[in-house]
Design a binder for this molecule. Structure first.
Ligand SMILES: NC(=O)c1ccc[n+]([C@@H]2O[C@H](COP(=O)([O-])OP(=O)(O)OC[C@H]3O[C@@H](n4cnc5c(N)ncnc54)[C@H](O)[C@@H]3O)[C@@H](O)[C@H]2O)c1
Length: 253
């Protein structure tokens, strides 16, 4: 149990990758605050875990839109009330919407940047403010291979994920003196339905698989395993970087 007694905040906790991270963290002994903007989704994740073992008191589901500073503050107040410490924050909530650049409207652009980039900043800042007095902590942000190479029709998503990468490096250098590490996850295609929901058609998805040397998509559990590594002391000297989890895709291009 690499995270025994640690308090972790996971955003997008009701989603495919977020819920896998919650499962993994609970298994590693952490107390976990689950933040998401779907109450039903949160209840589903907590119920599924609570049925299997007696872990309900180790989870705190909190409704929260990560792009809204008032809601983020309210969630962190609830965490303060319950545990009065934050050791790990995983800023994972994000959306992807496929739209050709020439058709991009400001409303969509703003929404994607607000959730995927501003939301990450808000959550990491609130978490870091609680870590500084304790002199330790770990921030993990959800970027993407799309934060490193561009994919067509995803201008706002690509820009948001590139922003997350540089935000994370900046947090790493500013927060290192306080004993806080900050790293990104850069998954390639993970089998979660996000790509289908973003509007990618089935033939594009098939072509995509062929571009991956391992010839398959990753699983949420495989992302969660890397997240647990970064959150643990096994990664004690790892900060300011991104870990690519893509079956070799970027290596070949
Ligand atoms: N699936 C992939 O292939 C892939 C690849 C690279 C990166 N990612 C990133 O991983 C993260 C999780 O993706 P996923 O595939 O699990 O998607 P998902 O849609 O299953 O999960 C995303 C979760 O974020 C929540 N969310 C959305 N807007 C929110 C908001 N405003 N406030 C709080 N919560 C909000 C959703 O309710 C959902 O539960 C995203 O940031 C995504 O960009 C995914």
């Amino acid at each position: 149990m690499r995270l025994a007694g640690k308090v972790a905040v996971v955003t997008g906790a009701a989603g495919a990758i977020g819920s896998a991270i919650v499962r993994r963290f609970v298994r590693e002994g952490a107390f976990v605050a689950l933040l998401d903007n779907t109450r039903q989704g949160l209840a589903h994740v907590v119920d599924a875990l609570s049925n299997r073992s007696q872990v309900d008191d180790r989870m705190l589901p909190l409704y929260c839109n990560v792009e809204n500073p008032v809601e983020v503050d309210a969630a962190f107040s609830a965490i303060d009330d319950r545990w009065n410490q934050v050791d790990i924050a995983v800023a994972n909530a994000g959306i992807a919407v496929s739209r050709p650049f020439l058709d991009m409207d400001l409303e969509l652009w703003d929404r994607i940047l607000a959730i995927n980039l501003t939301g990450v900043m808000l959550v990491c800042q609130r978490a870091a403010q609680r870590m500084v007095p304790r002199g330790s902590g770990v921030l993990i942000t959800m970027s993407s291979t799309n934060g490193m190479v561009a994919e067509r029709d995803l201008a706002a998503y690509n820009a948001s994920k590139a922003g997350v990468l540089l935000l994370t490096k900046t947090m790493a250098i500013e927060l290192a003196p306080f004993g806080i590490r900050a790293n990104s996850l850069n998954p390639g295609m993970i089998d979660t339905g996000l790509a289908q929901r973003s509007g990618m058609d089935p033939s594009t998805l098939r072509d995509y698989k062929n571009k991956i040397p391992m010839q398959r998509f990753g699983s949420p559990d495989e992302v969660a395993a890397v997240t647990a590594f970064l959150a643990s002391d096994d990664a004690a000297f790892v900060t300011g970087t991104g870990i690519v989890i893509d079956g070799g895709q970027l290596a070949e291009e």
